[in-house]
Write a protein that binds this ligand. Sequence first.
Ligand code: SAH
Length: 249
Amino acid sequence: MQISLLLFFGGLSFCKAFQGGILVDNERKPVDDKQRQQIQDYLQAVLQTNNDINLTTIHDFNDGLVLHIEDSLAGLEEVNSAPDGQLVDLGTGGGFPGAPLALASSRDVLLVDSTKKKIDAIMGIVNELQIPRVKAYAGRIEELAQEQPGAFAVATARALSSLPSLLELAAPLLIQGGHLVAYKSDKADEEIERAILLEQKLGMKFLSCRDLVLSDGITPRSIIVFEKVAPPTVKLPRRPGMAQKRPYA
Ligand code: SAH
């Protein structure tokens, strides 16, 4: 309640501003030349495949460089700060942010999507380009949580669902101390506030939020991290669909 009031009066923001996005080709280079080439080849292949299977609404390579690649790598710092272990990309679609993160970090990555056609298409690309350490799961996140509870050190999610739903989906998949790294557009404070109401129930605790703008100068991004600090006090996962259709907050 205190937090709501503070936010209402504009006195508190959970997110820290960060000057300048992470460019694929800027001087601070989060990736080396080989990694950059592999990531660009991946984007090219996704855009080509997109003619047959709908993987992304972006068709232009240069737009994709910013809105898929630079954006996916915007959370690299947070991913690298998480405990060692496997990363799961929830609702990966065309493999974002999971595939670029696999190429830019040394983690094993599992790409998860309920649309089998998308998973088959991106694994075709992963195999053709011989991208190492990437596996995929065609099925619902809730099913994966039944099969592999507590198997992941990091869970990432972009454009999947609200933060309260993401916390619920990620909690049963994460190891104790594992991190959820959520990619949100700006004005994330209200969602964070709702998610914080679920901290006890889901055993997840707010850790950080970083605001940035991508190099197009107009696309805002908030990278939000929650840590799994305890087992959830409710039985998770709930029935498939519940976390997204009837979130706890
Ligand atoms: N992360 C990608 C795609 C976002 S679209 C990007 O940012 O570009 C959301 C994707 O999540 C869709 O491909 C959809 O099939 C998948 N999805 C939604 N709910 C899911 C669930 N419960 N389990 C698995 N996949 C899910």
